[in-house]
Design a protein around this ligand. Structure first.
Ligand code: PLP
Length: 405
């Protein structure tokens, strides 16, 4: 007897499923290019030394395990807002900005869309095509209808014209989800000189920008540069939502350290927004965990650790950039020319590269070469290193021979 017999198995998450295949593969030379987590030059996961020092300080000073307030650890919120908006702009807007700690980027998105569904039930949500798969899932769960998409990926670049055309057709009050840098999964960012046009269309159409910032510092190695799009939007007078994750740039993945920021047009409404966001959080998970927030706040608020972190973050970004060039060189050595050439690999930024390999080639690589990557041809650049990049390129040559374009 069971009440659960009519429940069918949910489709597995593609990335987690791929990870399962990778783990089960006994080949010692297997290569995991699926998961978006940083790996060092030896293919190992990486606990940032600045974060380890912060952890020691937290331990020595016996930070409490008492409940945090519903909106989180105040020194973390303050530091997170200063990091994303920059000191100057943060000072200007803090009276009209609501910042709450959330369960990394995902929790931040989830709470924001609960709030959006409650107070803007008719708003359409537009996400790029393609985008991180969880965007569509979160919108569907919260607003109970499918997100609409706008064109994003064109011919080995952002389809800016297609994107603007789709945004022009969006009804006023629509929420437009944007990646401020290091677009996942394509690695193509909206060119700097095109953002002004995007903002013009948002302004004319009364559309609301929602920035999902999961890779600040990862795209260029420079925290300010990777946040300038968000700052420009705020300076232009938009009310914005920002989801901020410390998973990648501080390596805090499982600590679930992140924040939600809502910049309101006037300070008079911020208190109402803050209390409503807090009551949303209260009914979902009551409050957030303390440890990740302690770690991030300690790194951000201790000048010496902050400086060290920036050096470590730069080094992670630089290693990935070096691997882009190394991959281009290795492909050339093995005579591989991807459709349209290989230069897109160095034009792309952030953790990922859309290689242009076909699903057949991807499956060939998985079944015959122990190389694990997403069927859409996305690879995590962090999975490549000096000891496997040549081998990877050689296998790509083999896969293209076996399964031509
Ligand atoms: N947004 C994007 C675009 C991402 O790529 C990710 C992680 O892969 C996230 C948000 C959220 O990650 P987390 O919940 O671990 O902060």
């Amino acid at each position: 007897e069971t009440m659960f017999s009519n429940i069918s198995v949910a489709p597995p998450d593609k990335i987690l499923k791929l990870n399962g295949f990778f783990k089960a593969d006994p080949n010692p030379d297997k290569i995991n290019l699926g998961v978006g987590a940083y790996r060092d030059a030896n293919g190992k996961n990486y606990l940032l030394p600045s974060v380890r020092r912060a952890e020691q300080m937290i331990y020595d000073q016996q930070f409490p395990k008492e409940y945090l307030p519903i909106d989180g650890y105040a020194p973390f919120n303050e530091a997170a807002a200063r990091l994303i908006f920059g000191k100057e702009l943060h000072n200007e807007i803090k009276e009209r900005t609501v910042t709450v700690q959330e369960l990394s980027g995902t929790g931040s998105l989830r709470v924001a869309f609960e709030f959006i569904h409650t107070f803007f039930p008719d708003a359409e949500v537009y996400i790029p095509s393609p985008t991180w798969a969880n965007h569509a899932a979160i919108v569907k769960k919260t607003t109970l209808r499918a997100a609409r998409t706008y064109r994003y990926l064109g011919n080995r670049a952002v389809d800016t014209e297609g994107m603007l055309e789709d945004l022009r057709a969006a009804p006023a009050g629509s929420i437009i989800l944007l990646h401020p840098c290091a677009h996942n999964p394509t690695g193509y960012d909206i060119p700097d000189d095109q953002w002004g046009r995007v903002f013009d269309v948002l302004e004319q159409g009364k559309l609301i920008p929602y920035f999902d910032s999961a890779y600040q510092g990862y795209a260029s190695g420079d925290l300010d540069r990777d946040a300038h799009v968000i700052r420009d939007a705020v300076k232009r007078g938009f009310e914005v939502f920002v989801s901020q994750s410390f998973a990648k740039n501080m390596g805090l993945y499982a600590e679930r350290a992140g924040a939600l920021h809502i910049v309101c047009g006037v300070p008079q409404v911020a208190e109402a927004v803050r209390t409503q966001i807090k009551s949303t959080i209260r009914a979902m998970h009551s409050s957030s965990p303390c440890h990740g927030a302690y770690l991030a706040a300690t790194v951000l608020n201790t000048p010496e650790l902050r400086a060290q972190w920036e050096v470590e973050l730069k080094a992670m970004a630089a290693r990935i950039q070096e691997m882009r060039q190394a991959l281009v060189d290795a492909l050339e050595k093995h005579g591989v020319v991807l459709p349209g050439g290989n230069d897109h690999i160095t034009r792309q930024v952030g953790m990922f590269s859309f290689t242009g390999l076909t699903p057949d080639q991807v499956l060939y690589l998985r079944d015959n070469c122990s190389i694990y990557m997403l069927e859409n041809g996305r690879i995590s650049m962090a999975g490549l290193n000096p000891s496997n990049v040549d081998r990877f390129a050689g296998f790509v040559a083999e896969a293209i021979k076996a399964k031509p374009f």
